[in-house]
Design a binder for this molecule. Structure first.
Ligand SMILES: NC(=O)c1ccc[n+]([C@@H]2O[C@H](COP(=O)([O-])OP(=O)(O)OC[C@H]3O[C@@H](n4cnc5c(N)ncnc54)[C@H](O)[C@@H]3O)[C@@H](O)[C@H]2O)c1
Length: 347
């Protein structure tokens, strides 16, 4: 790797690659855009005029011709696994967007490949850098609402799309598309290992054969419930609704509200009204930063990991665990059953 600057290529200069990732590379002095690869000539032209970098139609040619420190993979979800393996085989570090794999088998292949590769494999799970998740993590650690027994995590929008994300053959569907933003942080806040998963998926308004909404009830081994949901056709639901023995936390966009209660039993058990908790203490907070992750901070951690300063906060084993859970949601829907996921680590 170069001493001063991380020679970076973006593989897949589409909607997300050309905006979020290209923007991070452009802004950060630790990175330089050495090359861009896309099968679309218009995308290559845009990248060439923006970065004056090499452009390629075939990523294997790019890997052969360029001296790269990092390839950022932002192609269709069904393409990630093969491309990651080829980049790691070429000895390059890889940052791969979510979902890093379309199923458990691909995820296992990626973990195994990362164990034998010189390059680092860095899975992109930006919500681990999100302002609401990080604040909730602090509040739960200090037991601000007592013992938490239910975490509801929900993201919604109201809008149709008609691209590859609506087709299962391309790795589309909202379990893979939004599960990483929804299920992963809920599991992290829950903290305990997953015991069971019950999932339902539906296709409400989008074309194609892939689901555009899902709900999953995940039960942790300590009994904590995680209720996770994405829908493409509902508005205004809170993003987080965390219930504890001494209160509730609601987060919606950049607003977080803590409702604290002190429950108590009445002296006289016939006095039901007296069983109500004390008056709420209500604390409102404005969250700073991005609720889908501070992507510049993620790139800062990529740079630190590649410089050997500290490990990247997301490991291939973490991403594997998430893939196992997302697979379990789909299996539950397919079999209309409760699934006990097998998290046996990849050898
Ligand atoms: N916040 C996030 O983390 C976030 C947001 C949006 C998308 N994504 C992820 O980014 C990925 C891409 O999504 P998108 O919406 O940008 O899709 P997109 O279709 O707009 O972009 C994909 C690009 O890859 C190119 N491509 C296809 N095959 C190729 C090949 N063989 N070689 C080189 N280039 C090729 C396409 O021409 C296109 O420009 C998805 O996996 C998606 O889940 C992540």
């Amino acid at each position: 790797m170069s001493d001063t600057v991380i020679r970076t290529a973006i593989l897949g200069y589409g909607r997300n690659g050309s905006t979020m990732h290209a923007g991070c590379v452009e802004k950060s002095p630790e990175f330089t855009m050495s090359a861009v690869c896309d099968v679309d000539s218009a995308a290559r032209d845009k990248a060439k005029s923006r970065f004056d970098c090499s452009v390629y139609e075939d990523y294997r040619e790019m890997l052969a011709d360029e001296e790269l420190d990092l390839v950022v993979i932002v192609t269709r979800s069904d393409q990630h696994c093969e491309m990651v393996c080829d980049c790691l085989d070429a000895g390059v570090n890889v940052l791969v967007t979510k979902p890093w794999a379309t199923n458990r088998e691909e995820a296992a292949r990626l973990v195994a490949k990362s164990r034998t590769s010189k390059g680092h494999l860095l899975p992109w799970l930006p919500v681990r850098w999100a302002s609401d998740y990080l604040r909730l993590r602090e509040l739960l650690a200090e037991e601000a609402i007592g013992k938490v027994f239910l975490i509801r995590r929900c993201c919604t929008s109201f809008g149709m799309r008609d691209d590859w994300q609506t087709e299962t053959k391309f790795g589309g569907g909202y379990v893979l598309n939004w599960g990483p933003h929804i299920v992963d942080p809920a599991m992290l806040l829950g903290g305990a290992p997953v015991a069971t998963v019950y999932g339902q998926t539906r296709k409400a308004i989008n074309p194609g054969d892939a689901e555009d909404l899902f709900m999953a009830m995940i039960t942790l081994e300590d009994g904590t419930l995680l209720h996770t949901e994405y829908s493409v056709c509902v508005s205004h639901l809170p993003n987080w609704f965390v219930q504890g023995t001494r209160g509730t936390i609601v987060a919606h966009g950049s607003k977080l509200t803590i409702h604290k209660h002190v429950p108590h039993l009445p002296e006289d058990p016939t006095q039901y009204a007296a069983m109500r908790g004390d008056e709420d203490e209500v604390i409102e907070e404005a969250l700073e930063g991005h609720v889908y992750g501070d992507v510049d901070a993620v790139y800062g951690d990529v740079a630190a990991a590649l410089a050997g300063e500290r490990p990247f906060p997301v490991s291939p084993d973490d991403a594997y665990g998430l893939s196992v859970t997302l697979d379990a949601i789909k299996q539950s829907q397919e079999g209309d059953c409760i699934v006990r996921p097998d998290y046996t680590p990849v050898a």
